[in-house]
Write a protein that binds this ligand. Structure first.
Ligand SMILES: [Zn+2]
Length: 210
């Protein structure tokens, strides 16, 4: 299925009919009172894994941060352009979300690029960004030395979620809220091959079907 800009405009008309006519009161309240989502989702840019669609949410429900391979960088004091960190800061400190979900997914192109890195694309923005998942990559290569490429990619997609959960706790205003019980961190994995949603269970140290 391909979407042309004409289809998008038709889509907007349906959205407008739904939210500005039928539920006008609901949407107007959101506009006038501002957003107060309880959940922040870190998701991939992948066009197949839109969190609001996959989790069947309405406007105002989710504060969404999307980047290549749904990665969270560690806190850094240098540099200026930290898009993901800025969005986390706004969601946590200004909006006061109560949950952060790192939503990984199967068949992730970013993870595939990481696992099949070649010299041809060296120094690309993607390679630089994907260094955030380097620990996940080396762990998987070591532990699944005899596995197929696709098995390793699936493993790395999940392992990278755990790295992002660790990095979330390097932000002092996240760590403090987690320790105070005001904020809960979740690692979820959307298996687009089998239409399943899995959750990381910290005690069992594995992903389990929801
Ligand atoms: Zn992806």
């Amino acid at each position: 299925m391909t979407t042309s800009t004409r289809q998008l405009i038709e889509g907007f008309r349906r959205f407008r009919a739904r939210h500005f006519d039928e539920n006008e009161v609901q949407f107007r309240a959101l506009v006038e009172q501002g957003q107060s989502p309880k959940v922040l989702v870190v998701a991939c840019c992948d066009s197949r894994v839109d969190p609001a669609l996959v989790l069947d949410c309405a406007p105002g429900d989710l504060f969404v941060v999307r980047n290549v391979a749904n990665l969270v960088p560690p806190v850094e004091s240098h540099g200026k352009y930290h898009g993901t960190s800025a969005a986390l800061e706004f969601g946590v400190r200004t909006l006061g979300v109560q949950h952060i979900i790192v939503l990984g997914h199967a068949r992730c192109g970013g993870i595939r690029a990481l696992m099949n890195r070649d010299a041809e694309h060296e120094n690309s923005f993607i390679d630089g960004w994907m260094e955030l998942a380097e620990t996940a990559r080396s762990e998987v290569l070591r532990e699944l030395a005899d596995a197929s490429d696709s098995e390793r990619e699936r493993a790395c997609e999940r392992r990278a979620i755990l790295g992002s959960l660790r990095n979330l706790k390097t932000f002092p205003w996240i760590r403090e809220r987690v320790e105070a019980g005001e904020l809960t961190l979740h690692g979820w994995y959307f298996d687009i091959e089998h239409g399943e949603l899995l959750r990381y269970d910290e005690t069992a140290n594995r992903f389990e079907s929801l």
